[in-house]
Design a protein around this ligand. Structure first.
Ligand SMILES: Nc1ncnc2c1ncn2[C@@H]1O[C@H](COP(=O)(O)OP(=O)(O)OP(=O)(O)O)[C@@H](O)[C@H]1O
Length: 263
């Protein structure tokens, strides 16, 4: 079968530069960032602390405008926040007085002033999808960090975005919950096939979840230093990590990230 190489990427960075004005002067955080992320692809972004991973995500989300270059989503330049993007942050910042269902539908209420019955039904289905069936009338204060983050994921999926941006979504969780959430995210991704851009500091998490791993170089002027395909088939399990090619990938990533070889 012929491969169509002329497909518009879900997300494309073209020669992106991001400069911030700081008290110490101009800081060139990103420079010459070129990257194409395909539809339905799950990519993880790794890189030294402060290299600009969150900045990349905020540009895709339309929350920041690049100083030079362009970012497009499905072929359209990003100039403002878009409805086809959902975002999950490190902490879900839920409304403590609202039920889980009300928290999931809150962005709709905030944006349109009302919530439809269909959206409430979808919130119910999504809470089921993230393992919180029958808890929709609870309030977040009584939930563990992992459960709260599940609500954050359900909320990001409510408007059925094509693209999910996740900025260290599991970093505040304990190790076991974090691993469990990773497998759940993989299940959700297998079922819904969103394009996912997942920022993490965990090499193992990146390797377990992603199709491709993007390693950013050190800043200032961070760019894509490596673009690596993850070799294991899906669904990935703990056993996937025993494959020699996965261990080689983990060793390679440790080597370049811990010995600061990314330049
Ligand atoms: N609004 C801003 N104003 C000034 N400097 C900023 C701003 N946002 C980010 N920076 C700087 O840009 C660089 C990249 O920041 P960013 O948060 O994107 O890095 P990161 O790779 O996500 O960091 P971490 O891994 O520690 O979360 C850092 O030096 C940061 O201090």
């Amino acid at each position: 079968m012929a491969v169509n190489t002329n497909v518009t990427p879900a997300i494309q960075f073209t020669d992106v530069e991001m400069t911030f004005d700081t008290r110490a002067g101009e800081l060139i955080a990103l420079q010459h960032v070129n990257l194409a992320i395909n539809d339905h692809e799950f990519i993880a972004v790794l890189g030294p602390s402060g290299c600009g991973k969150s900045t990349l995500m905020r540009i895709v989300a339309g929350l920041l405008k690049p100083s030079a270059g362009t970012v497009s989503v499905h072929g359209e330049n990003v100039v403002e926040p878009r409805d086809d993007i959902g975002i999950v942050f490190q902490k879900p910042t839920l409304l403590p007085w609202a039920t889980l269902e009300d928290n999931v539908v809150f962005p709709m209420k905030h944006k349109f002033g009302r919530v439809t019955q269909e959206q409430r039904e979808r919130a119910h289905e999504l809470l089921k999808l993230v393992g919180l069936a029958s808890l929709e009338n609870r309030r977040p204060g009584r939930l563990s960090g992992g459960m709260q983050q599940r609500v954050g994921i359900a909320r990001a999926l409510l408007h059925n975005p094509d693209i999910l941006l996740m900025d260290e979504p599991f970093s505040a969780l304990d190790a076991l919950t974090r691993e469990e959430m990773g497998y759940e995210l993989q299940n959700i991704w297998q079922e819904h096939r969103k394009t996912v851009m997942f920022i993490t500091h965990s090499i193992v998490e990146a390797v377990l979840l992603a199709d491709r791993i993007i390693v950013m170089s050190h800043g200032p002027g961070a760019h894509v230093a490596e673009d690596l395909r993850v070799p294991a088939p899906r669904p990935r399990t703990g056993d996937s990590m025993r494959l020699s090619e996965m261990q080689d990938l983990v060793s390679h990533l440790r080597d370049i990230l811990m010995t600061k070889k990314v330049a």
